[in-house]
Design a protein around this ligand. Structure first.
Ligand code: ATP
Length: 300
């Protein structure tokens, strides 16, 4: 379990991360979203023990992460641009990782080689961006990390490789209880990957949710009433995040139990009644609107 309590990171007097607290449980896949400059990379580097926070604490299994080699051996941070030593090949980087990560699993490294199919003797600097990204995953997963922290990792990967890497991550989470923390700009991309999502803006965490709870708790309702006066009665009864009229159809975004919401509308015997699922993007736009933020510039 990773526990972040009241963490702030300050650069030149400005708080890049401002008083963030969150808990990431073992085996979770946590997605971090937010606008440019929101503080995602800074938070991830603080989590990985690369930055010392000016305020607050970051602990892994109860132990501080910063300047703690024992803990850092169990955490891998993948930066947004893969970094390798000059002149390095996969083979020489593997030798380096093997020497510093006690979790290095040679059999797994060999096994993953069948999937990645990269030339282990070739200079990494001659690889394409996507191939370098693949090499980073190959090396990182061969270390059997307890925690894998990734900054914009999917960038540059082709669709087949994206799917294969997602499957590999799911496998590591299911079999070993690996914890994954991943930052992205793309809600759709991480919708099918993460079980928790947090949205940052201006160094703060604006919204943080368990996705299953969130999806079970927010609904889109399209309804055409027989009598428009029914609409105002319903507004008072339900927790409505958003409401708009499209011709004779009213659209509602409502929080609460699906059955109870359906029942509340059915009482008026409307001409049309549809209860539809929302995308994660829609859920966050309405959630953030409810919390007083305009989500469009933050999420899109
Ligand atoms: N090393 C640094 N020195 C000074 N300021 C920094 C440094 N790193 C980040 N910052 C500042 O901290 C703030 C947060 O930056 P950060 O890179 O964490 O954002 P981000 O959410 O990852 O952004 P992006 O989505 O654009 O990658 C920005 O205002 C940035 O200018």
């Amino acid at each position: 379990m990773i526990e972040i309590r009241g963490v702030s990171k300050i650069f030149q007097g400005e708080k890049a991360v401002d008083g963030i607290s969150l808990t990431v449980h073992k085996g979770a896949i946590y997605g971090l979203l937010g606008s440019n400059g929101a503080g995602k990379t800074t938070l991830l580097k603080t989590l990985a023990g690369i930055y010392r926070p000016e305020e607050g604490t970051v602990k892994f299994e109860g132990k501080p992460v910063f300047e703690n080699p024992e803990v850092k051996q169990r955490i891998i941070f993948m930066p947004d641009s893969p970094y390798f030593f000059p002149q390095a090949s996969i083979k020489s980087m593997a030798a380096f990782y093997r020497s510093i990560y006690p979790g290095w699993n040679e059999a797994h490294f060999q096994e993953l080689g069948k999937m990645f199919r990269l030339d282990t003797g070739r200079k990494l600097s001659r690889f394409s961006k996507g191939m370098q990204r693949q090499a980073s995953f190959w090396l990182a997963l061969s270390c059997s990390p307890d925690v894998l922290i990734m900054d914009e990792p999917i960038d540059g990967l082709d669709p087949v490789m994206r799917r294969q890497i997602k499957n590999l991550l799911f496998q590591e989470v299911a079999e070993r209880g690996m914890t994954v923390i991943i930052s992205s700009h793309n809600l759709r991309e991480i919708e099918d990957l993460c079980d928790h999502v947090g949205i940052m803006h201006g160094g703060k965490m604006l919204v943080e949710k368990d996705l299953d709870d969130l999806k079970a708790d927010t609904h889109k309702v399209q309804v055409a009433f027989r009598d428009e006066r029914h609409a105002s009665v319903l507004t008072a009864k339900l927790q409505i995040l958003h409401q708009e009229q499209r011709g004779s159809v009213n659209l509602y975004i409502v929080k609460g139990d699906r059955e109870r919401i359906g029942q509340a509308f059915r009482v008026y015997d409307p001409y049309v009644l549809d209860l539809l699922p929302l995308t994660l993007e829609e859920i966050f736009i309405y959630e953030m609107g409810d919390a007083g933020y305009d989500a469009q510039p933050i999420l899109l």
